[in-house]
Design a binder for this molecule. Structure first.
Ligand SMILES: Cc1ncc(COP(=O)(O)O)c(C=O)c1O
Length: 382
């Protein structure tokens, strides 16, 4: 935090600089633990698929109440390998949301399958399950809901639809580690759940990393082969695969950080409440379904004055971000799918009005107050 006090007329005014995230603040108190873990891995001489990865897989499986974890190199790889593991092939269709990070639909497209978009529920920004059934064809193989910003999609309905049409459900839980749907951990509800440990995530490593959660032993075995060039045993390749493994060093760091995750998520919830309490009269604050435990990976507000508010916050030292400014169906990369403006109205209007405020566990109460006061000042003058 950068802070400056200066005089404005007779009043002292505090100006702060608040980023979207401050990983130095998270890592400083963990420095000793991180160095011990680094030394342990260094001295082991084992850097690929050793004890750290397998211990972390067991620990995260137990944390999420899932049978198996398979450590992979990123959240994107978790999605890619999960889709491969359930047998997604060229010309298959996978139903998902256009209001997400590109990786969700990208992996579908990279496998030669077709991402079929459904619009979102404007309250939660998650896929609208009422639309899913209208998009199912004989080619549909899976539903890929995203628990956006850390809040669960409507999983009961999604799982019911999947079951009645014999489809698989792959959860994109990249943003939602620690979150719950009806007391079940996100990522543990579908055939597979995909987690990202990208540095900005609630549980992050010091680089790229990911995990697939599953209760299905056969899927676990396929995932383990897929991340290792398709190998069943050394130099025996029944199928093609990838080199998509979680590193030992990252697993060692993640094992340390997993212990703090619930506390960090609790602090995010406290900050979200402070934001809710102060600004709900001026902007649409996040709506949380009563049966959901939100991880507040993002605290995203909605206002028609989004662009002016973002500029005002920036001018006053507060960083914000837009998740996401252009829905995927309007991105050039997906133009071959043939969608056009107006196809997913809720996603389009959310992308024009959504704004993510700084939220991370180390944000102080004083900083949260500064953000809310700056927002209130904006609305009093605009
Ligand atoms: C919704 C969503 N899906 C997938 C990913 C991909 O994860 P990664 O960046 O670890 O590949 C991310 C993270 O950036 C994400 O937010």
């Amino acid at each position: 935090m950068w802070k400056e006090i200066f005089k404005e007329g007779n009043r002292s005014k505090i100006s702060m600089k608040i980023g979207l995230i401050d990983l130095k603040k998270q890592h400083t108190p963990l420095e000793n633990e991180i160095k011990v873990a680094f030394d342990r891995v260094l001295k082991s001489g084992m850097f690929i698929l050793g004890d750290e990865v397998s211990s972390f897989e067991t620990e995260i499986a137990s944390y999420t109440n899932c049978k198996y974890g398979v450590g992979v190199a990123s959240g994107t790889d978790a999605l890619l390998l999960s889709l491969k593991a359930i047998g997604i092939e060229r010309n298959d269709e996978v139903i998902t949301t256009p209001f997400t990070f590109t990786a969700t639909a990208e992996v579908v497209a990279l496998l030669g399958a077709r991402p079929v978009f459904c619009d979102i529920d404007p309250k939660t920004y998650n896929i609208n399950p009422d639309e899913i059934e209208t998009k199912i064809t004989s080619k549909t193989k899976a539903i890929l809901p995203v628990h956006l910003y850390g809040q669960s999609a409507d999983m009961d309905l999604i799982l019911q639809i999947a079951e009645s049409h014999n489809l698989k459900v792959i959860e994109d839980a990249a943003q939602s580690i620690g979150g719950e749907y009806r007391r079940k951990k996100l990522g543990s509800l579908g055939t597979a759940g995909c987690i990202s440990f990208f540095p900005t995530k609630n549980l992050s490593c010091l680089g790229d990393g990911g995990m697939v959660l599953t209760n299905d032993e056969e899927i676990r075995d396929r995932l383990q082969r897929l991340r290792l060039h398709g190998a069943r045993e050394k130099y025996r390749y029944p199928t093609l695969g990838y080199n998509n493994r979680l590193d030992e060093i990252q697993a060692a760091f993640l094992r340390i950080k997993l212990k703090y995750l619930d506390g960090w998520n609790e602090r995010r919830k406290e900050i979200a409440k402070a934001y809710d309490d102060s600004i709900a009269d001026y902007v649409q604050t996040p709506y949380v379904e009563p049966h959901n435990l939100h991880t507040y990976h993002q605290y995203s507000i909605r206002t028609k004055k989004r662009d002016e508010l973002q500029k005002y916050l920036k001018d006053n030292g507060v960083a914000t971000a837009i998740h996401y400014p252009i829905p995927l169906h309007l991105q050039p990369a997906y133009s071959y799918l043939g969608y056009k403006e107006g196809d997913f109205k809720e996603s389009e209007s959310a992308s024009k009005e959504i704004l993510s405020l700084p939220i991370y566990p180390e944000l102080t109460d004083e900083e949260v107050d500064y953000v809310t006061e700056t927002i209130l000042k904006f609305f009093k003058s605009h």
